[in-house]
Design a protein around this ligand. Structure first.
Ligand code: GLU
Length: 285
């Protein structure tokens, strides 16, 4: 059975881009008699506003969607920690503590990862942290991890088979300083735990899948298929965010707009003036 999910982070209200993503995941499952899951990804440190989760549920209902909800990430923190320390650190020896600040990394970094972040220059791998690690992030030793995992491929329904290239990201953070786990670890473990077979999300997360595929190989997790859908873009061609031409779904809902009619227009790619749908996989690796 096909299982898809919508996994919003309650860092801000949902907007049209989220509605498009939720509809895509919902409809892919519905078309094949599958399940559509909602998972609240509420471990984003200070940015997370858990109270928004209820608004999200009301927004999805207003769009006419039905879903099964799985536990929010904040309830699974102990699992992320256990997996990171027991498997990645103890059993595989591919995790190390890092106390570099963002500014230090930015100053020393020579490369940029596909998601636009600075590739970690390897300072704390080369000069291991001694003593107290309680204020450290934990990073993956990417070269060792790739050597252990070997080569892998993954499949996007739209883009076809991809050779996994996690090395482009360098030593990614697995456990954050300011939050319980990184997006990469939490999303990968949860998709496995929730039985997701078709990871449906925006194309902006296409390249992250290289890292997720590596983690699946290292941790013995199930390997789904992916569906990275096109993004809604604003007038300047940037990924849509909440702003004037793209109000929050909650604002539209409270103003009395018809959510089901909006959902049908999004399904038919009838977008409000100034908003367009991205084409192809430009910018994705
Ligand atoms: N929580 C992520 C977000 O809101 C989505 C993660 C995913 O779909 O894998 O951007």
């Amino acid at each position: 059975m096909i299982v898809t999910r919508f996994a919003p982070s309650p860092n801000g209200p949902l907007h049209l881009g989220h509605a498009f993503s939720a509809l895509t995941a919902h409809d892919l499952a519905a078309r094949h008699g599958g399940r559509f899951l909602l998972r609240i990804e509420d471990i984003d440190g200070a940015r997370s506003r858990p109270e928004l989760a209820d608004e999200f549920r009301r927004d999805l209902e207003w769009l006419g969607l039905e879903w099964d909800e799985v536990p929010a990430q904040s309830t699974r923190v102990a699992n992320y920690d256990l997996m990171a320390h027991e498997v990645l650190y103890r059993a595989l020896g591919v995790l190390y503590p890092c106390r570099c600040t963002r500014a230090e990394i930015a100053a020393a970094a020579r490369e940029t990862a596909p998601d636009g972040s600075a590739v970690y220059p390897g300072t704390c791998r080369e000069h291991p942290v001694s003593g107290d690690t309680s204020h450290c992030a934990w990073r993956l030793d990417m070269a060792r991890a790739c050597a252990i995992a070997g080569p892998h491929v993954w499949t996007d329904e739209l883009a076809g088979e991809q050779k996994a290239r996690p090395e482009l990201f360098g030593d990614v953070v697995i456990l954050r300083k300011d939050a319980p786990a990184s997006y990469h670890l939490a999303a990968t473990m949860d998709d496995h735990a929730d039985g997701v077979t078709l990871v449906t999300r925006g194309m902006d997360l296409f390249a992250s899948t290289h890292v997720h595929r590596l983690l699946q190989a290292l941790l013995g997790l199930s390997v789904p298929t992916w569906h990275h859908h096109a993004l809604l873009l604003d007038g300047e061609g940037r990924k849509l965010a909440k702003r004037r031409e793209s109000p929050a779904l909650a604002e539209l809902r409270l103003a009395g707009a018809d959510g089901r009619a909006l959902a049908d227009r999004l399904r038919a790619h009838q977008l409000p003036a100034g908003i367009s749908l991205s084409e192809g996989l430009h910018g994705c690796l």
